[in-house]
Design a protein around this ligand. Sequence first.
Ligand SMILES: Cc1cc2nc3c(=O)[nH]c(=O)nc-3n(C[C@H](O)[C@H](O)[C@H](O)COP(=O)(O)OP(=O)(O)OC[C@H]3O[C@@H](n4cnc5c(N)ncnc54)[C@H](O)[C@@H]3O)c2cc1C
Length: 419
Amino acid sequence: MTRVTRREILKAAGATAVAAPWAMGNARSCGSDNSRHVAVIGAGAFGGWTALHLARRKIRVTLFDAWGPGNSRASSGGESRVIRGIYGADEIYTRLVHESYPLWRALEKHCDEPLLKMQGLLWMFSIDDAYVQKALPILAKYGMAIDCIEPSDARKRYPQIDFSGIHKAYFEHQAGSLKARRACQIVCRQVQKEGGAYVEQGGRTGSMNGGRLGDVILSDGSKFTADVYVFACGPWLAQLFPDLLGNKISPTRQEVFYFGTPPHDRAFDDGQLPIWVDFGERLIYGIPGSDGRGFKVADDTRGSRFDPTNGDRTPSVEGIERARAFLGRRFPRLANAPLLEARVCQYENSTDGHLILDRHPAMENVWLVGGGSGHGFKLSPALGQLASRQILGESDLEPRFSIKRLNSAKQATQFERQR
Ligand SMILES: Cc1cc2nc3c(=O)[nH]c(=O)nc-3n(C[C@H](O)[C@H](O)[C@H](O)COP(=O)(O)OP(=O)(O)OC[C@H]3O[C@@H](n4cnc5c(N)ncnc54)[C@H](O)[C@@H]3O)c2cc1C
């Protein structure tokens, strides 16, 4: 990762403060324009991909992060993320996932490193399976294959799983896992390779100039000026824009555990077992293998409110006990599996669990990208592309991702959130 000197930052900041027509959103297209400068604050999955798409359009872009892409505080940190196309009736997300696959694959080619492993996903339902049922016509539209498996067949296929209480199972073929932290680092590196700059500093809004943001104040106290500012600060968006998002994005504490599989039992390795989701009163999911880290188990139930900067990331005893009890029930041969690693991360939940991609209502040259709500990583390549198009005035705003809809959005229930 290249660090940029103060002198280079100031040189890069030579952008004019004159209003750029495309930044106002009243021009349909500006084409490529290297005289305009976009500052993207936050190099997680959303900010990184937004910056990369802008750089590919030959827009001058500077990407900032307070602690580095995929750092341990970020929602994009950690080892792995699930990618899958099933999103209930929410076609918009299946489409974004569908568009993201080739972008992930192209990134792998650029960096010559595998980031995406297609393992398939086993869905196990002990409650109503409407979530998958509603997705079936959408999956068919996007050519994503799914098999319905009777529990009796599932038992034969996966003898390492105890299917007690499961009345329906599905195997989603086009699903897998992504390297999370590594992908963020690679996207950031790619931004620089494709003409952008990266600066490891925090940024917050600075002076206002007639309804436009004039500059951002960096953590070293200096000011950085660009034409357009994109804030993609995940769970920190609520603190950075307290009046607008303070009660619309709530970070919650989430725990992830990696258990050790028995030394001579390969049945829990990837290749032997797909990614799995246990869809019951709680939603618990896991990724076998996890790049040597162990058998990953996580509970999607929203935890308590969490401060992403100073929150205590010590895993809880209750969380470990709950994960262990679950393992003993669903994967009996792992009942006594040793805990190898654990980490505490946070979801950045929007009120209704949908993403946020919109212009700031009071700052016309400021865009906000966030609200990943525990499901955004997989589709970040396509979301970044959509963000770049909207910033360039080439694409209409998506009403479901607007900030305005959050004013009347109902608090999502646990299951509505499981998008
Ligand atoms: C435990 C867990 C499991 C998940 N599982 C999945 C999954 O299986 N599949 C999936 O698709 N999604 C999953 N998600 C959700 C997904 O990871 C997030 O939605 C996504 O990573 C959000 O990315 P982001 O860029 O918005 O936020 P972040 O990754 O948090 O990025 C924000 C960045 O901004 C930086 N920053 C903050 N403030 C400032 C500032 N003032 N100035 C400069 N930089 C700043 C931070 O350092 C950070 O790097 C999971 C999330 C968690 C926590």
